[in-house]
Write a new protein. Structure first.
Lengths: 204, 204
């Protein structure tokens, strides 16, 4: 029997690197991964569902949650608040479930401080040109929004060295294999395993 | 462009844990992995080829190689010498190729000292009973040899904590996925990557 504490996997990326798609796909493949629906004050995009994609709240409600210490991390991105409720996260880790969070770079830094064993994964588009193209293909954003995202992406790209792993998303399938491999490999890490082999224990 | 130094992957296991099969399979899947054929003084088993499975040498020749400092590690296992030639190993790492070595626990400890960045992977059978069964199924070994391997295996099992990763080989397919994941994940580790993104460099 191998016992493990749950591991917290935190995925960050500049806008347009493909983070949302990769996280969704890996959750479909590794169905035992827990996650925490983020709380946000940003308005829903077409098709997004409250409680599924995000928990959509007003600014006063967000501030109240934050001030009651209910958030493991929170950040302002493009003028909107985003946060993660600590409780659901910590409950899952305590019973040995791994948690995958899709979090911006500010939030990731807070999670690293709060959970030093967290595994931080950064996803990059192969180039800025490529990143711009992906943002334009998304179409849900206005030009001014695309420009704002590009400026921020350029600021964030340099942060990759603060992460444990880097995935360069040239090809979604390949990047997905890499993301899945990172999670599988971390599950085999000796420092995360509390091993009990009843058949062996008496022998040594 | 991502530049990396080659990474040295060292796989150890007690006899009967399935190490040889797993290493052979992963080499077939990840064909860019380099390896170094071990030098040994043990007699070839039926079907083993000189220069492919091992380089088979006499004791005086082995001692001469060792005394000339040509071996990155060497060990005595079941009364036979085993060793790895340093040159082929270091040439591969220098040009950025990853190397997978199948090495006993004594040799692994020497490689860890010599190459602190090496990734050490330990493979265990799920139980001693299972391990004994696998040794008997192998059939090439006499009873006294099986007993000797079991005694040694029991001594080695406790060494798993000195490794970076542990794979419990319940099912070969699953264990193979884990071994491959470890190699893929280590290739994404930020501490191993020297990143050059010409398209981004001018922007920050």
């Amino acid at each position: 029997m191998i016992r493990r504490r749950g591991t917290l996997f935190v995925v960050s990326a500049p806008s347009g690197a493909g983070k949302t798609t990769l996280c969704r796909e890996v959750r479909q493949r590794l169905t035992d991964l827990a996650y925490s629906v983020s709380v946000t004050t940003r308005p829903p995009r077409p098709g997004e569902m409250d409680g599924v994609d995000f928990r959509f709240v007003g600014v006063p409600e967000f501030r109240a949650m934050r001030d009651r210490g209910e958030l493991a991390e929170w950040a302002t991105v493009h003028g909107n608040f985003y946060g993660t409720r600590a409780r659901s996260l910590e409950d899952a880790l305590a019973v040995g479930r791994d948690v995958l969070l899709d979090i911006d770079t500010q939030g990731a830094a807070q999670l690293r401080d709060r959970y030093p064993d967290a595994v931080l994964i950064f996803i990059l588009a192969p180039s800025v040109k490529d990143l711009e193209q992906r943002l334009r293909e998304r179409r849900s954003d206005a030009e001014v929004e695309i420009e704002r995202r590009l400026v921020r992406a350029r600021e964030e790209i340099v942060l990759w060295r603060r992460y444990d792993y880097l995935i360069v998303n040239r090809d979604v399938k390949e990047a997905l294999v890499e993301l899945e491999s990172i999670i599988m490999a971390e599950r085999c890490r000796v420092k995360r395993i509390d091993l009990t082999l009843p058949d062996l224990e008496g022998l040594n």
